[in-house]
Design a protein around this ligand. Structure first.
Ligand code: GLY
Length: 671
């Protein structure tokens, strides 16, 4: 228990932690640069774990716990200060537009977009927080919506707070509690000695304390090399004209790329863009135009409301868009940053959990999922003060990818989950479990596919799989290998989901779908695969179907809602290389989902070639497991996948029909 605590950051997160610690008896100093550019000021104050579609799992738990703290937390702040925070449990309505009605993908869209297995029929959402309102119900409930709205989700538990009023009240509360607040302070560096912070250098001199908290939002990475980057959001507010006596909106409207947040003081906040432009300040015509267009489309009456204010801010965003909470490599430094779109919502729970960990030395189990160490092997940021854990491999695929010095690359994203590595592997056919373990590590892969049937039957190499790999780091991709019919595959997929749960991957709904009646060439059955895929998508699975390289089938599967399509390069285990290259090219060209080339790759050159064509990822098992030195081949495949990816991004030179000299002719000395 340290009594003198210095908090770096004067946004709502820093203030909330400061108040919580001071109330528990600490002596808190808080320093901040300028609240005006911070996410706290820029936010709309939505409290929206439902409408924001936070995926089930620890982030959803964190958000919900925070939402449930809100009434009591704001009541205490309001009572102590006499200031209103604008907390309003008004619910959030997420209308859905007409174009979906006619789209053959409408069910799929609603399922994917709202993350549920419900159809457009009235009903409750699978996470229990949203209800579907049909056309009549939604227009009755919220008059004035666009006639294009054909229904929508109602999230009664969501709400809002007036973020600026909240920050002001927290500031008043902090002053009244005796917290020493220093605004206009720029942190220039953190002095460390032997794993401890001994002081913070600032423009007003060196400040020291017994314990430190980094809560500097989008600026955190100017203080410590954490993977937190600014994500700009532009916003504006309108005013309900005086001629309208009753407030026209009494709940938040959450549309596509727009939210409309009505305040009780007649302001209406419209937000927000999401731009990767660093700290570029200012509102832009296109940013504001988009917001206005979307807002007027959703709620046409707004078109005549006077504009009151335009502003922008910088969300603190990490690569996985989750916050960084808890301990750091320095024993007296705690991290509370990277809250991305959810800082206002997460303020009370962040304050509670961080105060528990500093003051009571009690670490809530939930914190472990938000620990900075999840980026250790992944972050492009080399955190110099870290001691590398035993399994840190500077040769990992990720480290190689970060050596891409001249290119920006996006992460591989499948069903909303992001991965750094574009190489997936398997567990079958290895000579020993040790060789499999070494190969998985050497491949740098983050996804390993496992045959559910083989685990069930304890087939050789599949005993002890739970312990053999670090399932905290490796995402399990259960596969339905051995299933001959759609029905069998659906059954085995369900078992696979349970298997992933047993390994601690509660939210893993991935399945690699294989329906293979043909024993000789192991060619997948297209009709059975499509039938099983449709059923599994309905049941909420992220389906990754293994198919022959058939562009039409790939399109049908994508339209059925599959998360990826996995065309084969050649028959499974054949090592024949890219036999289906012409069709794979077409599949890649037409796809909106990631394309994973699966099966048949025998050599790294083939792996590289598939990536050069624009495949998003590869799944390679036999070529690694059956190589004479499996870990070495795994490493070669990792390098090839990376190399192919870089080449794809770099763009190849045009092919010429004739030679063109490398040295220019101009400037040559004539003899
Ligand atoms: N919380 C909404 C946003 O960041 O835009």
């Amino acid at each position: 228990m340290s009594s003198k605590i210095l908090i770096l950051g004067s946004g709502v997160i820093g203030l909330a932690i400061a108040v919580e610690l001071q109330l528990r008896g600490a002596q808190v100093t808080l320093v901040g640069r300028d609240i005006n550019g911070a996410a706290t000021n820029a936010a709309a104050g939505m409290l929206a774990p439902g409408a924001e579609q936070i995926p089930a799992g620890s982030m959803q738990d964190l958000c919900r716990r925070s939402l449930y703290l809100y009434p009591e937390w704001t009541r205490k702040i309001e009572e102590s200060t006499g200031e209103n925070s604008g907390y309003w449990c008004c619910g959030i309505l997420a209308p859905v537009f007409k174009e979906l009605e006619n789209s053959k993908q409408n069910t799929k869209f609603v399922e994917t977009y709202r993350g549920t297995s419900q159809t457009l029929e009235a009903g409750k959402q699978s996470d229990d927080s949203g209800y579907w309102l049909n056309k009549e119900a939604i227009h009755q409930y919220q008059p004035g919506l666009s006639t294009e709205v054909i229904g929508g989700w109602w999230y009664p538990e969501d709400g809002q707070v007036d973020n600026r009023a909240l920050a002001k009240a927290l500031l008043t509360y902090s002053h009244s509690l005796g917290i020493d607040i220093k605004e206009g302070v720029i942190v220039e560096g953190i002095q460390q000695r032997q794993g401890e912070v001994i002081g913070v250098q600032t423009n007003i001199g060196t400040l020291s304390a017994e314990h430190y908290v980094l809560a500097a939002g989008a600026w955190s990475n100017q203080i410590l090399p954490l993977p937190v980057n600014p994500r700009k959001g532009q916003m504006l507010s309108l005013r309900v004209p005086e001629s309208i006596t009753e407030l026209p909106l009494n709940r938040v409207l959450f549309g596509e790329n727009i939210y409309i947040v009505p305040r009780r003081d007649r302001r209406i906040i419209l937000g927000a863009t999401s731009e990767d432009v660093g700290f570029t300040p200012g509102n832009t015509p296109v940013g504001i135009q988009n917001l206005l267009q979307q807002a007027i489309r959703l709620y046409p009456e707004l078109k005549d409301y006077p504009i009151q204010e335009l502003w922008w801010g910088f969300r603190p965003t990490t690569p996985d868009e989750l916050p960084i909470l808890g301990s750091s490599p320095c024993k007296n430094l705690t991290l509370a940053t990277g809250h991305h779109r959810n800082g206002i919502l997460l303020a009370p729970i962040t304050a509670k959990l961080i105060a528990d960990s500093i003051w009571e030395e009690k670490s809530d189990p939930l914190l472990s999922d938000f620990h900075f160490s999840r980026f250790l092997e992944r972050s492009s940021t080399n955190i110099p003060m870290l001691t590398h854990p035993a399994n840190f491999s500077p040769n990992s695929a990720v480290a190689d990818r970060q050596n891409i010095q001249y290119l920006e690359d996006s992460l591989l994203k499948i069903a909303g989950k992001t991965f750094q590595s574009r190489l997936m592997t398997g567990t079958g056919k290895y000579r020993s479990i040790e060789e499999m373990q070494q190969s998985v590590i050497a491949s740098g892969c983050e996804i390993v596919t496992v045959a559910v049937r083989r685990v069930q039957t304890n087939a050789p190499g599949h005993e002890g799989l739970a312990e053999a790999l670090d399932w905290g780091k490796i995402w399990m991709l259960p596969n339905t290998a051995g299933c001959k019919t759609a029905e069998e595959a659906v059954r085995v997929a369900r078992l696979g989901r349970e298997m992933a749960k047993l390994l601690g991957q509660e939210d893993n709904n991935f399945v690699k779908l294989e329906v293979i009646p043909d024993p000789k060439y192991l060619l997948p059955d297209p009709i059975g695969t499509l039938q099983a895929a449709e059923q599994l998508v309905k049941e909420g699975f992220a389906v990754l179907p293994y198919i022959n390289a058939d562009p039409m089938l790939a399109k049908h599967l994508e339209e059925a809602g599959c998360a990826t399509v996995m065309p084969l390069a050649a028959p499974i285990g054949s090592g024949q290389g890219l036999q289906t290259i012409a069709n794979i090219k077409i599949i890649i060209e037409n796809a909106q989902v990631p394309i994973v080339v699966d099966a048949g790759i025998g050599l790294p050159s083939e792996a590289a070639q598939a990536m050069e064509l624009g495949a998003d990822a590869l799944l390679i098992n036999s070529a690694i497991a059956l190589a004479q030195n499996s870990p070495a081949m795994a490493q070669a495949m990792k390098l090839a996948a990376n190399s192919g990816r870089i080449a794809y991004l770099a763009g190849r030179m045009p092919i010429q029909s004739h030679a063109i000299a490398s040295s220019p002719v101009s400037g040559r000395i004539n003899e």
